[in-house]
Design a protein around this ligand. Structure first.
Ligand code: GUN
Ligand code: ZN
Length: 405
């Protein structure tokens, strides 16, 4: 048993945080008590007085092979993919390179306070296996999937529906559900690079094996025009995914910027979750997602860094951009980052907040250097959200184990 002492904040409620002084975590990494007074149980006291303790950050959209491709300015998403990203992802055919970047990727996430990440790997089965191995060793929670494309990309990155199924079965049967910490996501890249047949096959295997699904939706106008040209029978971009069976409760779509109300309704009825990626959307000039419209439609919104189109691994920096994109209180921003992420994964009973019975994923924050330890939590958290970055993270815990700091 360990008792953590600090300024503990949790965001179950988007309009006001809960605050405690002590958090007791059992040897299985589960939270057994939260209180203002020191609990009368035996256990080692871990004293973080002067620090803030927040729920672990959940990044619901990030590309592992793009870690070293950040800040590549380009005229459009499609040009950026062709000129920088596809060539970079080809390099993951080399297992040694894949291992080096995967290791760096998960340790950097943990250093930044990210305790759960939803990850696009490259188009390679072996590199995806390696990503799982490195995620396992790091102790992080992750949902990972091999990127599927079977058109409009370089030959080396293309698959076929048959090969895709073999690859998914091989990797998902090893890793999906591993230690309750690692999961597989079927990952068709986006409609521009997938045939109907590949998307249908992907949807089927995901349903059969109970896997997550992740893809991109409606990020840029030029991309949407391309989708409508490729699938002229579809009523909308969202309709393409609906027809293929890819939309469901375990599906996360990234961006979802240029949507009609009808598309929002389709997504909401399917129970599909949104990864809002504001830093990426600013970087590629994709547009601004309308958070209020999404919430009116009943959609679950979470936050993604979308590295490498997003320049920041630090979810504090991504939150700053979320605030610039849509006016919101810092409580709401941290709620989306933590509870929103947990809901996107259907894991709100296990992670996403510091509550008794949940697993102890948390971040130790030193507010002094930039933010100052203001008494008012709203001042403290706005400073952290607007000024904070990796330097404010002094330690990261997953399931009660310190993995960074
Ligand atoms: N759409 C299809 N692939 C990608 C990608 O790698 N990054 C982003 N931001 N959008 C995409
Ligand atoms: Zn992306």
């Amino acid at each position: 048993m360990r008792i953590y002492k600090g300024r503990i904040l949790s965001f179950e409620n988007p309009s006001s945080p809960r605050e405690y002084r002590y958090m007791t975590v059992d040897d299985n990494g589960r939270i057994v008590a939260l209180s203002d007074e020191r609990p009368h149980v035996g256990g080692k006291l871990v004293d973080y007085s002067g620090s803030v303790i927040l729920p672990g950050f959940i990044d619901t959209h990030i590309h592992l092979p793009q870690l070293r491709e950040r800040a590549m300015i380009s005229d459009s998403l499609l040009e950026w993919l062709e000129r920088y990203i596809f060539p970079a992802e080809k390099r993951f055919a080399d297992p040694e390179f894949a291992r080096e970047v995967s290791h760096e990727f998960f340790s950097s996430l943990l250093r930044n306070g990210t305790t759960t990440a939803v990850v696009f790997s490259s188009s390679h089965r072996e590199a995806t296996e390696i990503a799982f191995e490195e995620a396992m060793k790091s102790g992080i929670r992750a949902v990972i999937g091999q990127v599927l494309m079977d058109m409009n990309g370089p030959e080396e990155l293309l698959t076929t529906p048959e090969k895709a199924v073999k690859d998914i079965k091989a990797v998902a049967s090893n890793w999906h559900g591993f230690d309750g910490r690692l999961f597989y996501a079927v990952t068709p890249r986006f409609a521009v690079s997938c045939t109907m047949e590949l998307m249908r096959t992907a949807a089927e295997i995901a349903r059969e094996m109970g896997l997550y699904v992740q893809t991109h939706l409606s990020e840029q106008i030029g991309e949407i025009e391309e989708v409508m040209r490729l699938f002229p029978e579809a009523q909308s971009y969202t309709d393409v995914y609906l027809k293929t069976g890819l939309l469901g409760e375990r599906t996360i779509v990234a961006h979802a910027i240029h949507l009609s109300d009808r598309e929002r309704k389709i997504l909401a009825e399917a129970g599909t979750k949104i990864a809002h990626c504001p830093s990426s959307n600013f970087f590629l000039h994709s547009g601004v997602m309308d958070l209020k419209a999404h919430e009116r439609a009943g959609l679950t919104v979470s936050i993604g860094s979308d590295v490498g189109a997003g320049p920041f691994l630090s979810m504090l920096e991504v939150l700053r951009d979320a605030y610039y994109a849509n006016m919101m209180s810092p409580f709401k921003a941290f709620h989306l980052l933590t509870m929103g992420g947990a809901r996107a994964l259907g894991m709100e009973d296990r992670i996403g907040s510091l509550e008794v019975g949940k697993e102890a994923d948390f971040v130790i924050i030193d507010p002094e250097p930039l933010a100052g330890a203001d008494d008012d939590p709203s001042v403290l958290l706005s400073r952290l959200m607007i000024l904070g970055d990796e330097r404010n993270i002094s330690a990261t815990y997953v399931r009660g184990r310190r993995l960074a700091g």
